[in-house]
Design a protein around this ligand. Structure first.
Ligand SMILES: NC(=O)c1ccc[n+]([C@@H]2O[C@H](COP(=O)([O-])OP(=O)(O)OC[C@H]3O[C@@H](n4cnc5c(N)ncnc54)[C@H](OP(=O)(O)O)[C@@H]3O)[C@@H](O)[C@H]2O)c1
Length: 266
């Protein structure tokens, strides 16, 4: 019975999504869904996968304000934009339902509250507990809920990959020995453990679930130039695209480096 249900679902999911610009095209085209696609690393993922001729479902909290993403989509008909705040679980379910007939080769969990807010570098007295709660909601529970909703779409695809952009800041072994970024570090550590745990399930489904560290990336514009050792989003993302293309089932449940896919210790 279970096999029958899976066959029916797989058949349904490989049918073209109505509304996609090239719906009805029968040749298989790889598809990626990206969260936080309006700026920074997420926007660069959209650019590069679109250039690689993938179908890109680019999600953003506020599409109307996503000028660069809108410009990109208006010049590339393989990009569709969807509104998504990853703390809105009902909206995640709605999108999963809308794309129920669309296989998704890569579910790219990129969106995060990153430590650009003012209190991020303060020590204990300055830790903003509302920001702490929001960081957990977005950074840790967001990707977990996305995996819950989109696992069938990934399972029905050819590449079957769930990618999670994490950070060395969430690693006990690699995080800087300093009292700062409490909420970012803790939420990324929680994310790492959620994904480490989930990987025992994805393994059984033939899905590769891998966390990636993008390096220190200048997503801060002018001021980012002064971050020691920072690289541009183009370089980080092209490295990650190469690492993702080479992923094997053995990489399931690991956190890897953006440059060469080497393993980062938890
Ligand atoms: N840059 C680095 O050096 C670095 C280093 C290590 C790891 N990372 C990781 O790489 C990823 C991307 O980083 P970045 O530097 O590109 O970050 P960023 O410039 O701060 O962009 C964050 C993205 O996440 C989105 N976002 C925030 N809250 C959201 C929510 N509730 N729902 C949906 N989207 C939300 C933002 O949308 P809005 O524009 O609407 O706020 C934005 O698109 C993050 O996971 C980050 O932790 C970055």
């Amino acid at each position: 019975m279970q096999i029958f249900i899976r066959l029916v679902f797989t058949f349904a999911i490989l049918m073209p999504v109505t509304g996609w610009p090239d719906a009805g095209n029968e040749t298989y085209q790889s598809t990626i869904l990206i969260t936080g696609a309006n700026r920074g690393i997420g926007l660069e993922f959209v650019r590069q996968y679109s250039q690689l001729q993938w179908k890109v479902i680019a999600t953003a909290r506020k599409p109307a304000e996503a000028d660069e993403l809108n410009a990109l989509a208006s010049n590339n008909n393989n990009i569709v934009i969807e509104q998504l705040d990853v703390t809105d679980h009902q909206r995640i379910d709605e999108l999963a339902q809308k794309y129920q007939s669309q296989a998704i080769d890569i579910l790219m969990n990129n969106a995060a509250i990153t430590p650009k807010y003012l209190s991020a570098f303060r020590s204990l007295d300055g830790v903003d507990l509302n920001m702490a709660r929001l960081s957990f909601d977005v950074n840790a529970m967001g990707p977990l809920k996305m995996a819950q909703a989109f696992m069938p779409h990934v399972e029905a695809s050819q590449q079957k990959k769930i990618i999670v952009i994490s950070s060395k800041a969430g690693s006990f072994a690699e995080s800087p020995e300093a009292a700062m970024m409490y909420s970012y570090r803790a939420s990324k550590a929680a994310l790492n453990m959620y994904m480490y745990t989930l990987a025992f399930e994805t393994e059984k489904r033939g899905i590769i679930l891998t966390l990636l560290s993008p390096g220190t990336v200048n997503t801060m514009g002018f001021f980012g130039r002064f971050m020691p050792g920072s690289i541009q989003p183009e370089e980080s993302v092209s490295n990650m695209v190469n690492v993702i293309a080479e992923l094997k089932l053995q990489d399931n449940g690991k956190m890897l480096n953006h440059i060469d896919g080497s393993v980062i210790s938890w």
